[in-house]
Design a protein around this ligand. Structure first.
Ligand SMILES: [Zn+2]
Length: 463
């Protein structure tokens, strides 16, 4: 079967359905949420749209409590899952094209959700229709599972899988080609200072970052009782570190801010932690024990190192690369001491318990207690696995691209399945415009992805 030619011949239908889906403003809306529309009206409408398409084309469909649903074909005990989502992130500003229209310009279709994840959803949907219309007989059930809360914590599929069968194998067209088979574990570590603070702490307050999953790009400290000349040396520090900051004197106190560079916690090396910068400057002036201990901890454990080496948390493997740490929220208060929240993205074969026990001892000697506040375990399907091999084979046939499977420090939708991988549909080298303004998808890529998904379905579930 020439799936590419078939997909090409149904391009108008694909574009039209994608435009209709993009025109549904399916952003999470807690305010308009009701018992019948747990994530608001938009996400529900988008789900209903897909299910009604499925019904019209003679597929089995099911709506699971208005949070997720599925479209199914084929027969058999085994289930092949294709995991998609129809909710989108808020629009933001500075769009050139209307975000909820689906305008076509020079071979691209613009709109919120074009690449994440309405475009890939419609491509996979066309693939299912092509396989059905071609009369291919299947030895598995093939089920597109449609979530409506991927962007805000996967509550959709979490609920769905409490009621519905877990697919035997599956893929999620919600990330990159060729495929992602290794997703690191994501743990949230809390470091709290054990030392007693004293009434005359030189640091009154220190604050950087709002969320553990971003590198803080701004840090602020209020300090007192420091030697004169701080201001001049601060200006020099800024120059030496080619960054910006502010220095305000306020009744014997100094308010100091420093700028860093933001980045996602899964790639902390791409950012510049403002808290580390500020701590490096302050450590020369701060001598009261608790304040000094806090600054030393930041500089020594996170200073030149995002791999956790000083705390013996470092580890790496070939499947998923190095473990990385991002101190995303860093606080000190003169009555409560220091608190640091770290998002750790750890390699798939990480000996977690052992490492935590070891690190707890190390940081204890530095005056800090370590708690694991949350832990989402790694997700991994070996490269030799038949699922991975089949997807790679089909992808390579249609693209000629021999790229190796990928790993990620972020969590993709695929990790909600027992044995699933992320499979497209961003092609290698393409800019990732998901969540950006002027989000778009190439029409040619939608067509090619539909062909790839159709052949994949036949390879995995055909008789
Ligand atoms: Zn997505």
């Amino acid at each position: 079967m020439d799936w590419l030619k078939l997909a090409e011949s149904r391009k108008e239908e694909l574009i039209s359905e994608l435009q209709q889906l993009i025109q549904i403003e399916s952003v999470l809306d807690e305010e308009s949420a009701t018992e019948d529309a747990p994530f608001g009206q938009g996400p529900l409408k988008a789900l209903q749209f897909m299910l009604s398409k499925g019904e019209q084309q003679g597929f089995q469909t099911k709506n699971v409590d208005n949070v997720a649903g599925h479209i199914e074909m084929g027969a058999g005990d085994d289930l092949l899952g294709i995991l998609c989502h129809v909710d989108v992130v808020p629009v933001g500003d500075s769009w050139t094209y209307p975000p909820f229209k689906g305008e076509l310009v020079d071979g691209k279709l613009f709109g919120r959700g074009a690449i994440d994840d309405k475009g890939p959803t419609i491509a996979a949907w066309l693939a299912m229709k092509m396989v059905k219309d071609a009369g291919v007989s299947l030895n598995k059930r093939v089920r597109m599972i449609i979530g409506t809360d991927e962007e805000s914590g996967f509550r959709c599929v979490t609920h769905y899988f409490t009621k519905e069968q877990m697919p035997t194998i599956g893929f999620a067209p919600d990330a990159d080609f060729p495929l992602i088979n290794a997703e690191k574990g994501i743990a949230l570590l809390n470091f709290s200072q054990k030392a007693q603070v004293t009434a005359d702490e030189q640091i009154i307050a220190f604050q950087a970052g709002q969320r553990s999953n971003m590198v803080p790009d701004h840090a602020k400290a209020i300090i007192q009782n420091v030697t004169s000349g701080v201001e001049e040396e601060f200006q020099q520090f800024l120059e030496e570190n080619t960054t910006e900051g502010t220095f305000i004197q306020d009744e014997g106190r100094y308010i100091i801010t420093v700028k860093g560079k933001s980045a996602h916690a899964m790639e902390p090396e791409k950012g510049r932690n403002a808290a580390v910068l500020l701590a490096k400057f302050l450590i020369n002036y701060i001598t009261t024990p608790a304040s000094n201990q806090f600054l030393s901890f930041i500089v020594n454990t996170f200073g030149e190192d995002y791999k956790g080496t000083k705390m013996k948390l470092d580890f790496e493997d070939i499947m998923s690369g190095p473990t990385t740490l991002n101190p995303g929220v860093i606080l000190f208060h003169h009555e409560r001491g220091g608190h640091i929240q770290v998002s750790m993205r750890y390699s798939v074969s990480y000996p977690f318990e052992e490492k935590m026990t070891e690190a707890t001892k190390v940081v204890s000697d530095l005056g800090f207690a370590l708690d694991v506040t949350s832990n989402s375990i790694p997700h991994y399907v070996p490269e030799e696995d038949e699922l991975v091999q089949t997807l790679l084979k089909v992808y390579r046939k249609y693209t000629g691209d021999e790229s190796k499977p990928l790993s990620t420090g972020g969590g993709t939708y695929a990790r909600t399945m027992k044995k699933g991988v992320a499979f497209g549909m961003l092609f290698p080298g393409e800019p990732d415009v998901a969540h950006q303004s002027d989000e778009y998808v190439w029409i040619d890529h939608l067509v090619k992805a539909a062909a790839i998904y159709a052949e994949t379905i036949v390879e995995l579930a055909g008789k």
